[in-house]
Design a protein around this ligand. Structure first.
Ligand code: PEP
Ligand code: MN
Length: 338
């Protein structure tokens, strides 16, 4: 339930609404931004009528869809700080394209270091690499786990890059948050409410990947769980949805990028690696995502993709990535109004 307060509501009005929620055993959360004040809680819809009569209450929405992630609540596009000197989002062109690049999985110190050096040399600031891998098969490489977190920490301090890595379950949110600048929630976990809430509470920005069969509304509702938990720093990621044609791994839904930006103030990143599953298609779809207005990209790269332990066929070589970065820079300059 969402209670939107009148902009002139007093603190006593707010206390009365909180007390009404608490009397029913729910713990309301307050959401503020200039000119807007609201309280949200999971409460019996029967409480709505009573709340609507309280002074200072403008509107009660017993069953709402996404609110905090919507443009209605926050008309300006959010700028999110990902870490030291790196932001994403905001008005078109206001921040640099945030390129997150690295291997699907961390495999060894030398693999990660070579990749990180290529990322830094290209001008990108964000290194990705999975420590815990949600593989479709239990017999496939599952990631190096805590050992990979140590390698990420070491490479991060050696290169100054920011680290993006996935937390797969509630138990590894804590260890991941200790070293990661941004916590990734993967496609398979987009609707894992307990994980969303736990990750939200660690205070780090969250990169939320669209579920492989999730609608736009379901993605925004997943983001809403994080925002409602009090963490405003959510970056949405379009990573392709399941289609009928196995010619590509997924169908990269380019229209989702401007659509999410129409509906929501949150930054949007395109992932052409999982979106296509094919190295040869990644540069074209990366450029398409940027042309469609993406605030950033997630790109898998590997020093030796043919021997990668996961997602090799969709990983660019380090040289291929350097070439793509040149093209992206040219594209971004062409898109900047003179
Ligand atoms: C990944 O980023 O390596 C990954 C597993 O992505 P997704 O959750 O989109 O499949
Ligand atoms: Mn991958």
């Amino acid at each position: 339930m969402l209670v939107v307060m009148d902009p002139n509501a007093t603190s006593d009005d707010l206390k009365r609404v909180s007390a009404a929620f608490e009397a029913e055993g729910s713990a309301p959360r307050t959401h503020r931004k200039p000119g807007h004040l609201a309280l949200s809680a999971d409460a019996d819809p029967g409480l709505a009528a009573q709340l609507a009569t309280l002074p200072g209450v403008a509107e009660v929405q017993p069953a709402v869809s996404y609110v905090l992630s919507s443009k209605t609540w926050h008309p300006e596009r959010s700028t999110i700080r990902l870490g030291e000197g790196v932001t994403i989002g905001g008005p078109p062109g206001a921040t640099e394209l945030a390129v997150i690049a690295g291997p699907c999985a961390v495999e060894s110190e030398s693999q990660l270091m070579r990749t990180a050096e290529a990322v830094a040399a290209s001008g990108a600031r964000l290194l990705r690499g999975g420590a815990f891998k949600p593989r479709s098969s239990p017999y496939a490489f599952q990631g190096l786990g805590p050992g990979a977190l140590k390698l990420l920490a070491r490479v991060k301090s050696a290169t100054g890059l920011l680290v993006v890595t996935e937390a797969m379950d509630e138990a590894n949110v804590g260890p991941v948050a200790e070293i990661a600048d941004v916590i990734q929630i993967g496609s398979r976990n987009m609707g894992n409410v307990a994980l969303l809430k736990r990750a939200a509470r660690c205070g780090k920005p969250i990169l939320l990947k669209r579920g492989m069969a999730a609608t736009i509304e379901e993605l925004l509702l997943a983001a809403e769980y994080i925002l409602a938990e009090g963490n405003p720093d959510v970056v949405l990621c379009e990573r392709g949805i399941r289609g009928f044609d196995s010619a590509t791994r997924n169908v990269m839904d380019i229209a989702a990028i401007p659509l999410l930006q129409l509906e929501s103030h949150l930054p949007v990143v395109g992932d052409p690696s999982h979106g296509t599953g094919r190295r040869a298609l990644v540069p074209a779809m990366a450029k398409a995502a940027v042309a469609a207005g993406a605030d950033g990209l997630l790109i898998e790269i590997h020093p030796d993709p043919d021997h990668a332990l996961s997602d090799g066929p969709q990983s660019l070589t380090l040289e291929g990535f350097a070439d793509l970065m040149h093209e992206l820079n040219a594209l971004r300059s062409a898109m900047t109004p003179a």
